[in-house]
Design a protein around this ligand. Structure first.
Ligand code: ZN
Length: 277
């Protein structure tokens, strides 16, 4: 599933193609993409709209429209934008935006969990984001103090807390595992028991793994592909994720896979000691 670095990579690649362009025709082929709105109504809403810019909050891509609306896109598992010529018989094509420079931006989604939602005006957009998303880990003031406030008194595992988008926006299974390994924190540790110095290290580690992944244009495991068809290369730099049985890059101990917060979780049992309250 695309996480913050993958969604940000998509945003950056779409900007030169979409910003400043007018959508001359929108087509939406999948009711699931826009439900509960009818696809024809959303297509009609987008037709004629001029795109002012593209933003991102957490894993949500925000396509700003000159009329005050915002198209909020969540790629979920397999949603992807495609630039250039897309064959009309593409098996997973769900929507197409035709632009005033005669180019098209297409959207494909194999598993069909992705969503498109038009939000009207700033208050509706803010409400939508505030309900779903916590702090941005790449914001300047994201640090151990912020984590300490979020985690105070919480007995849930730190892995579960990191995955909760309402606390920290944009971190998913991959980068949670990578950051916990970097900070030498066991994913099952109750969040409220992680010491303040450790939280400082963890906050820096979260920021680091996301920034390194951004430079690598994200991770491509099974399906992430950016709009120009390029694949990310972060997977070549994983320290623990997807490395079950391989030696820890710090101490050589084989990486083990656990189930934490319902997700496959990769741990070095030597570097990341369990601390259960
Ligand atoms: Zn290790």
């Amino acid at each position: 599933m695309p996480e913050l670095p993958e969604v940000e990579t998509v945003r950056r690649k779409l900007v030169p193609h979409l910003a400043g362009r007018t959508i001359v025709r929108a087509r939406i082929d999948d009711t699931r993409l826009v439900r509960p709105e009818p696809p024809e109504a959303v297509a009609a809403r987008l037709t004629g709209a001029r795109v002012t810019g593209l933003g991102r909050r957490g894993k949500h891509l925000l396509i700003g429209l000159e009329d005050g609306g915002t198209l909020a896109v969540h790629l979920r598992m397999t949603g992807k934008f495609l630039l250039g010529d897309v064959p009309a018989d593409h098996p997973h094509l769900r929507a197409v935006l035709e632009l005033d420079d005669a180019t098209t931006v297409a959207y494909a989604d194999q598993r069909r969990f992705g969503t498109w939602r038009v939000l009207e005006g700033e208050p509706e957009l803010q409400e939508f984001l505030d309900e779903r998303l916590g702090v941005e880990p790449l914001d300047e003031d994201f640090d151990g103090r912020v984590l300490a406030k979020l985690f105070a008194g919480r007995r849930a595992s730190i892995k579960a807390m990191l995955l909760d988008q309402r606390l920290i926006a944009g971190v998913g299974n991959i980068y949670a595992d990578e950051a916990l390994w970097a900070a030498k924190v066991h994913p099952e540790t109750p969040a409220g028991l992680v010491s303040r110095p450790k939280l400082d290290v963890l906050a820096a580690a979260i920021r680091d793994v996301l920034e390194v992944a951004l430079v690598a244009q994200g991770s491509t495991l099974r399906n992430f592909q950016s709009p120009d068809g390029a694949y990310g290369s972060m997977q070549e730099r994983f320290k623990v994720f997807d490395r079950t049985g391989e030696p820890c890059r710090r101490c050589g101990t084989p990486i083990v896979k656990l189930r934490v917060a319902g997700r496959g979780t990769h741990v070095c049992p030597r570097c990341q000691r369990r601390r259960l309250g």
